[in-house]
Design a protein around this ligand. Structure first.
Ligand code: ARG
Length: 463
């Protein structure tokens, strides 16, 4: 960023220049240069509308379009010089335009304020990124479906309270995350509809006295409509907060998944191995292979939650309409978008590299009396009230524990001590597969249902 002695564009009514420290403190060019392409898009649509409404001339529009295309090329080539003295992306571009095309550049800001300009830029930026994020969510969902398909028949212990509860299909477990992402995508698509409204025309806060055509600008920029109150249009950042809330939930889901990957990679579980490229070693302990990527996903979730609280706090005390506080919306928003995009891309890459260890999962499921509920259900189906069945099975579990074996390892005579309803067919329900296969309804863990859910999932993703 260069610093020259250019006076501020608005400095006419001031008696002294701002200090260097104040200049740095109030400038946003250090981060809002990222809005440049959206700023130019917005300006071009505005200029087109001004021309159509005979507020500026066709020659002005031609000059503005030529100047902007040169500026855009310079920015893309990294040749554009951003000046701190020019405060923000809007004034930098406007000044460069005027340097190139003269008076037409000075006419561009007719009927507009930086207040409605910046609100438009952020909405365009966010809409663009929401569309990219939705694509990445689909990629992560596809990776989950693929992994679930390969593991529909693999039995693992399902947990409650992190204690072995009932056998589940590993594919079924993975599909739980697919569902979370499905809702995340729905939420984001819904958020997009509120992001996609045009603030331009609100001008500084009250609208403008020029005969503008806001609907035309909205159409030009692909907005679904205009913000219907000028004060609201320039001041509220609820759409950015809402997006960040969506991002927080997505990160929260991946944080939960990460916690599981970390646990499963611990040798005490040994359920999976992550590909080496997602892990790192230790500088002191030669034996270590650490799941750094999932740990960082879990860690970065805290950072996004922080941005959400930051943006809510930024908004909460602001009187209508625009206040400079809102300049602080950008860094948290940009960081949320960047972090989310990186996280989604890395998850989609990491999932196919997971090596599943079915024997370890099976061993763990066999150790926790995971089929005790199946024994109780068996007794209920033979006429015992559920509470009595629960009691009988609790005693059977205690007995097995005493013998240091699983329920399925107890001889028939032992099991019959707890209920005379027990017959030889009991061993069908005490097996892990028997238990899993019996939960054969929509939403259940039977592999047949898992495969059906995968087919439905693929259909929602469009093939
Ligand atoms: N850089 C400002 C922002 O990010 C642009 C709007 C400034 N408006 C103003 N009246 N100072 O919000």
């Amino acid at each position: 960023m260069s610093n020259s002695a250019t006076p501020q564009l608005w400095s006419g009514r001031f008696n002294e220049p701002v200090s260097e420290r104040v200049k740095r403190y109030t400038a946003s060019i250090g981060f809002d240069y990222r809005l440049a392409e959206f700023d130019i898009l917005g300006s071009l649509a505005h200029a087109k509308m001004l021309t159509q409404q005979a507020i500026i001339s066709p020659q002005d529009l031609a000059d503005i379009e030529r100047g902007m295309s040169e500026i855009l090329a310079d920015i893309r080539a990294g040749k554009f010089e951003w000046l701190l003295d020019l405060e923000d992306v809007h004034l930098n571009i406007e000044k460069a335009l005027t340097a190139k095309v003269g008076d037409a550049g000075k006419r561009l800001h007719t009927g507009r304020s930086r207040n409605d300009q910046v609100a438009t830029d952020i909405r365009l930026y966010l809409r663009h990124n929401i569309d990219g994020i939705l694509q990445l969510i689909r990629a992560a969902q596809t990776a989950l479906l693929d992994l679930a398909e390969a593991n529909a028949e693999v039995v693992m212990p399902g947990f409650t309270h992190l204690q072995v509860a009932q056998p589940v299909s590993f594919g079924h477990h993975l599909l739980a995350y697919f569902e979370m992402l499905k809702r995340d995508a729905e939420r984001l698509a819904d958020c997009r509809s509120r992001v996609n409204r045009l603030p331009l025309g609100a001008a500084a806060l009250a609208g403008t006295s020029y005969p503008i055509d806001r609907e035309m600008v909205a159409r030009e920029l692909g907005f679904d409509g205009v913000c219907e109150n000028s004060l609201d249009a320039v001041s509220d950042r609820d759409f950015a907060i809402e997006f960040t809330a969506c991002a927080s939930l997505i990160m929260t889901h991946f944080s939960r998944m990460s916690e599981e990957l970390i646990l499963w990679m611990n040798p005490r579980f040994g359920f999976i191995d992550l590909a080496d490229r997602f892990c790192t070693g230790s500088s002191i302990m030669p034996q270590k292979k650490n799941p750094d990527v999932p740990e960082l996903i879990r860690g970065k979730t805290g950072r996004i939650n922080g941005h959400l609280v930051g943006l809510l706090t930024l908004m909460k005390g602001q009187p209508l309409a625009y206040n400079k506080d809102n300049q602080e919306d950008k860094e948290p928003l940009f960081d949320t978008v960047d972090t989310l995009i990186d996280t989604l891309a890395i998850v989609a890459e990491m999932l196919p590299g997971i090596r599943v260890k079915p024997e370890a999962m099976r061993r763990a499921a066999l150790q926790g009396y995971a089929t005790a509920t199946d024994l109780a259900d068996y007794l209920v189906k033979k006429g015992l009230p559920f509470r009595d069945a629960h009691e009988a099975v609790a005693l059977a579990v205690r007995h097995a524990e005493g013998k240091g074996c699983d329920l399925a390892d107890l001889p028939l005579a032992d099991l019959q001590q707890f209920s005379d309803l027990v017959a030889a067919d009991i061993y069908d329900v005490l097996s892990l597969e028997g238990s899993m296969n019996s939960r054969n309804h929509i939403g259940g863990t039977a592999p047949a249902q898992v495969r059906a859910a995968i087919a439905r999932g693929r259909a929602t993703l469009g093939g």
